[in-house]
Structure formats: C-alpha cells, structure tokens
Write a protein that binds this ligand. Structure first.
Ligand code: S3P
Length: 193
C-alpha cells in the first residue's frame, strides 16, 4: 500500500539518482551520501539482498517482469523510509507508482551523459543482462528514446560524464543549492512594507 501522506518538504526528502545504466549513479551516489552525511542505498543491491541472488540470476531464472515487480517493492520500501541518497536502477522509472513516489517523496535527480560515453563504460563489465550479446550504443539509444521523457520528470537534471566522479558530486551539490530559497529574496521580502 502506498501511504497517503502529502508530498514531504524538500529538506526531508531522499535524494534519488535516476538515469541510464553506466552513468555512474552508484559510485556518484555513494560519494554524494558521504559528502552530505546521509545514508546510502543502491536499489540493485537491495533487490539482490531481498531475492538472495544477483540481478543477472533474477533475469535468467524469473524474467524481467519478476525483476521489475521486485524493483518496485524495493523502491516503495526505500522511498517510504527515512531520507538517504538512493541510486536507482536505470529502469526503475518505468513503473508508474515508483515515478509517483520519486516525484512526491524524493528530490529526483537525472544524471545525464553522452550515450557514447556511457556505451564505452558499460562495455567494460558484463553484469547487465539487458546488454548481454547486444550492441551497447544501439541498446542504450533505444532505451533513451523510451526513458528520457520519464527521466525528464526529475526535479533536477545534472550533466555528468565529462569529468570525474568528484566533479559530478559537486555539480549535484550545486544543483541542490538551487532548490534552497534564496536569502536575497527573503531579505528583500523582509524589507517590504
Ligand atoms: C537496468 C539497469 C540496471 C539493473 C538491471 C536493469 C535497466 O541498473 O537494474 O540490469 O533496465 O536499465 P543500473 O542502472 O544500476 O545499471
């Protein structure tokens, strides 16, 4: 059951990173959590713990549908819990309820990078069942077509990939700062008659 709670204030929200696989959500998320002094959770790791098997094994033995159901359950549990930095799996946004929870209970941040950069990165590892035996660039391009409008529902979009992970963390921190009420505006409001 989804809790019927009103959208929670931004300062109490989980910071949820969304975006295509290989964009660096887990590594950047872990560092961001350390930088902000928040706990960190990785959606895929949580699914693996709950299922007692790897993402690849879940896809192979139960199929993508079962994986997506498990993913939605894990997202609900984490997004209804205390604030944290959360790295979501690239396909978590395909679920409408997860998107609603991300929109109302998290600060949803789309980490966006050039598809060629991501394709080169994901080819170094063979842990992603949706890429196995396929051309990474073509597969990611097809995913982008479906998912970019969904990632586009994020509160913030941060372009990453040009520099290192430290640059990405700083870019996210700067983007989060834009959500704070401007002290300048507050001061001028205080002076208003
Ligand atoms: C997937 C992304 C993966 C993992 C699964 C499916 C996707 O997570 O959840 O292989 O559909 O994009 P990462 O984005 O962390 O690689």
């Amino acid at each position: 059951m989804i809790s019927a709670a009103d959208p929670i204030p931004f300062e109490n929200r989980t910071i949820a990173l969304v975006g295509l696989m290989g964009v660096g959500k887990s590594t950047v998320g872990r560092r961001l959590a350390a930088r902000l002094g928040l706990p960190f959770a990785d959606g895929d790791d949580e699914i693996e713990q709950a299922a007692g098997m790897s993402v690849s094994e879940i896809f192979a033995t139960m199929g993508e549908g079962a994986f997506r159901d498990g993913e939605a359950r894990v997202m609900r549990r984490l997004l209804e819990g205390p604030p944290m930095v959360l790295a979501t799996g690239g396909g978590a946004v395909l679920n409408a309820e997860t998107r609603w929870l991300l929109g109302t209970r998290s600060i949803m941040i789309w980490l966006r990078a050039d598809l060629k950069v991501i394709a080169a990165r994901v080819q170094r590892r063979d842990t992603r069942p949706l890429l196995r035996g396929k051309d990474a660039y073509q597969t990611l391009s097809a995913m982008a077509e479906v998912r970019y409008p969904l990632y586009g529902e994020a509160h913030l979009t941060v372009d990453v990939g040009g520099g290192g992970h430290t640059d990405s963390v700083e870019a996210i921190v700067a983007a989060l700062d834009t959500l704070r009420p401007s002290p300048g505006i507050e001061a001028s409001q205080r002076r208003a008659p």
